[in-house]
Design a protein around this ligand. Structure first.
Ligand SMILES: Nc1ncnc2c1ncn2[C@@H]1O[C@H](COP(=O)(O)OP(=O)(O)OP(=O)(O)O)[C@@H](O)[C@H]1O
Length: 331
């Protein structure tokens, strides 16, 4: 596996700057998750690294080699897309074997058979190896797509929401499995997701994109606990961080416009009275939707406790984050 370095990369489509001067190092063996809303430039970043798109400017290095002018095949990357891309006329086994049968690799038959068997086992598709891919369910097809990347050991795996079409149980299993595979192979992965749990549990590093710019890069904990802006703070955490006027509680010192209050950082019992508007029981957690002087606030409470809607609880902030009017963090 290899370190991948993006140096001041830009990509424009007509007048649209899809990627705007992004520099980022994906360390060898890291699991980097790209976060950002639709249109932020996540898929374009993956396509630029894979060579499916050409850079407008900047450079990309894989394992110390500048790859700007290399074809996708020369770059030695494996890409898994949100939509499966399989050969419909081939069986599952043939699809999985395909990347290993590349003439450059010259992989011996027994190694091919062993790799395919191992990957099929991990992805729980061993019993479907001789089926045509057109006979599979959507979830099974997606597992074969992931398998086609995993049979190889490329410089980097580029994955674009690979689990989003799977059901919750399989998604959970594969999340754990992917993380295990990554750790045991020492694989370098750049992974795009909208799923907070995937980002928090799998990533060694998170890169947050906003309108084509990389606005923060750090460990998931840094992004969660020490965000540089309201935008970054809002990317992680479920329920989302509460953004409130700084003077709502007695916390203003100087120049703060807004506070950010994670749902778990709202203390109950003291402070201002807030009306309970709605209660969501999620089993292991209860979410309380409150209204305080016209501001909606979400907090969490221990499961099992009763909170009748319409009643009032007193709340106060603990460790709020402070932001300027432009959304940048003060402290
Ligand atoms: N081939 C293309 N031609 C023109 N514009 C494009 C092309 N590909 C991407 N774009 C534009 O580049 C910007 C970034 O798109 P991109 O697909 O990278 O976003 P994304 O963060 O992956 O979004 P999503 O979460 O919806 O997949 C968008 O404004 C998009 O419209």
């Amino acid at each position: 596996m290899a370190e991948v370095v993006l140096r001041n990369i830009c990509k424009t489509f007509g007048a649209n700057k899809a990627i705007d001067d992004v520099s980022m190092t994906i360390p060898d063996g890291a699991f980097v998750v790209l976060l950002g809303p639709t249109g932020a430039g996540k898929t374009t970043t993956l396509r630029l690294i894979s060579g499916l798109e050409k850079l407008s400017s900047g450079s990309i290095e894989i394992g110390g080699r500048t790859v700007n002018n290399e074809t996708p095949a020369q770059r030695d990357v494996a890409m898994v897309f949100q939509q499966y891309s399989l050969y419909p006329h081939m069986s599952v086994r043939e699809n999985l074997e395909f990347p290993l049968r590349s003439p450059i690799l010259k992989t011996p038959e027994d190694v091919i058979a062993q790799q395919v068997a191992e990957v099929a086992e991990i992805l729980q598709i061993s019993h479907k190896l001789d089926n045509k891919v057109t006979e599979l369910s959507g979830g099974e097809m997606q597992r074969v797509s992931i398998g086609r990347a995993l049979v190889r050991e490329p410089s980097i795996y580029l994955m674009d929401e690979p689990l989003s079409s799977l059901d919750a149980k399989l998604r959970n299993d594969l999340r754990v499995e992917l993380k295990r595979i990554q750790a045991s192979l020492g694989a370098t992965i750049l992974y795009v997701t909208h799923d907070q749990i995937e980002a928090m549990t799998m990533a060694t590093h998170v890169g947050v994109l906003h309108e084509g710019k990389l606005v923060q890069f750090g460990t998931p904990r840094e992004i969660y606990e020490d965000p540089k802006s309201i935008y970054v703070a809002s990317r992680l955490g479920l329920p989302r961080i509460n953004i409130l006027p700084a003077n709502l509680f007695d916390t203003t010192r100087n120049g703060e416009h807004t506070i950010g209050l994670r749902p778990e950082n709202i203390l109950q019992g003291q402070g201002k009275p807030a009306q309970i508007q709605r209660v969501e029981h999620l089993g292991d957690q209860t979410r309380l939707h409150l209204m305080l002087e016209g501001h909606a606030i979400t907090t969490i409470a221990a499961a099992g406790q009763d909170y009748p809607a319409g009643t009032t609880i007193n709340i106060e902030p603990k460790n709020p984050l402070f932001f300027k009017a432009d959304g940048s963090r003060i402290y």
